[in-house]
Design a binder for this molecule. Structure first.
Ligand code: CP
Ligand code: NVA
Length: 350
């Protein structure tokens, strides 16, 4: 999304609010016309504003049921999906809009025609584009040429919608995200990248424990630590899962072989087995710690069934919150937030 002004005219969006807005409401308004390709696209205030609206949407979804009347979303998925596809489609439907799903699993986007041509066509028909791709560059390229908002629904490098839902879940459970200690144990993958950036934005302490050679990309660590300088977040890396979870409020893991890495699954299972989240590992976390997983999960591999299905597991709350947080995100990117001026004043995070 490169031309915000043109975009606003194209969508016939409401004029920017004339009333004085508090900092978080200003941040919400500033999301109008933007993309979410990376968590790095957000400021701390914008990230907080998305969660604020997501909580409102979860509490009173009926208030927004016509907010996106006549708005259309195009969704291109090169990889399978349960949660992401359904939450975007259900989300658009319950906001009065609609979503068009394009199964892109048989050929990569850009194979039939250039990504630029895809982008320049889409903006003539729909108001927002959602992409799940192998190459992160596919999404950045579509975003570069699109005058409409573009959302990353998972790439090889990031999964920002997942991270937003995860931090919404943490906020529900613990209140202030600044008091939370999150441990991520497993592969330094797309999910870990977005979680580190989200932790940085929300002022959270995160420790990422991975096998040597499987850590998050250094540029993501640097980016998260740079953001953390202004928010008080702490971004730590280790190869020791026990040390990572010591005293943690939440323990998070993801698959050991991501979509596209199936041929490495056997080797990865051998390397990652000491990183399984099981009862012994969870007993090293805080007594009230919760367990998080983006799903799909493999019981007996990255997580023991007793943990995934046990009382500390919050994985279905995470999955539910994908719906609310993505509805909030779409409303904000399209500049259609009817509650913004009439709702109780938004507050800045403490
Ligand atoms: N967590 C997640 O993105 O799930 P799906 O792959 O089913 O969309
Ligand atoms: N890291 C996983 C996340 C799935 C939601 C993958 O990319 O396959």
């Amino acid at each position: 999304m490169t031309h915000n002004t043109e975009h606003a005219a194209l969508l016939d969006l409401p004029a920017a609010p004339a009333v004085a807005l508090d900092p978080l409401a200003r941040a919400a308004a500033s999301l109008r016309g933007k993309d979410l390709v990376s968590m790095q696209d957000l400021s701390p205030a914008q990230a907080a504003a998305i969660l604020k609206l997501a909580h409102e949407l979860k509490a009173a979804p009926e208030r927004y049921r016509t907010a996106l009347a006549s708005k259309q979303m195009a969704m291109f998925f090169e990889k399978p999906s349960l949660r992401t596809r359904i939450t975007f489609e259900a989300g658009m439907n319950t906001l009065g809009g609609s979503a068009i799903f394009i199964d892109q699993s048989q050929s990569r986007l850009g194979a039939r025609e250039s990504l630029r041509d895809v982008a320049l066509n889409l903006e003539r028909w729909v108001q927002i584009v959602v992409l799940r791709t192998f190459a992160h560059a596919t999404i950045t390229t579509i975003a570069e040429y699109s005058s409409i908002p573009v959302i990353n629904a998972l790439s090889d490098l990031e999964h920002p919608c997942q991270a937003l839902a995860d931090f919404m879940t943490l906020e529900e459970r613990f209140g202030s995200l600044r008091r939370v200690k999150l441990a991520y144990v497993g592969d330094g993958n797309n999910v870990s990248h977005s979680l580190m950036l989200a932790a940085a934005l929300y002022g959270t302490r995160i420790t990422v424990a991975t096998p040597p050679q499987y850590g998050p990309l250094p540029e993501y660590v640097t980016a998260a630590r740079t953001i953390a300088e202004s928010t008080g977040a702490v971004i730590e890396l280790t190869n020791d899962p026990l040390a990572a979870v010591a005293g943690a409020d939440a323990v998070y893991t993801d698959v050991w072989a991501s979509m596209g890495q199936e041929s490495e699954a056997a080797e990865r299972e051998r390397i990652f087995s000491p990183y399984q989240v099981n009862d012994a590992l969870m007993s090293n976390a805080a007594p009230e710690a919760i367990f998080l997983h983006c799903l799909p999960a493999h019981r007996g591999a990255e997580v023991a069934a007793s943990v995934l299905d046990g009382g500390q597991s919050a994985v279905y709350d995470q999955a539910e919150n994908r719906l609310h947080v993505q509805k909030a995100l779409v409303l904000l990117l399209l500049g259609t937030t009817p509650g913004l001026q009439t709702a109780a004043p938004l507050t800045t995070p403490d």
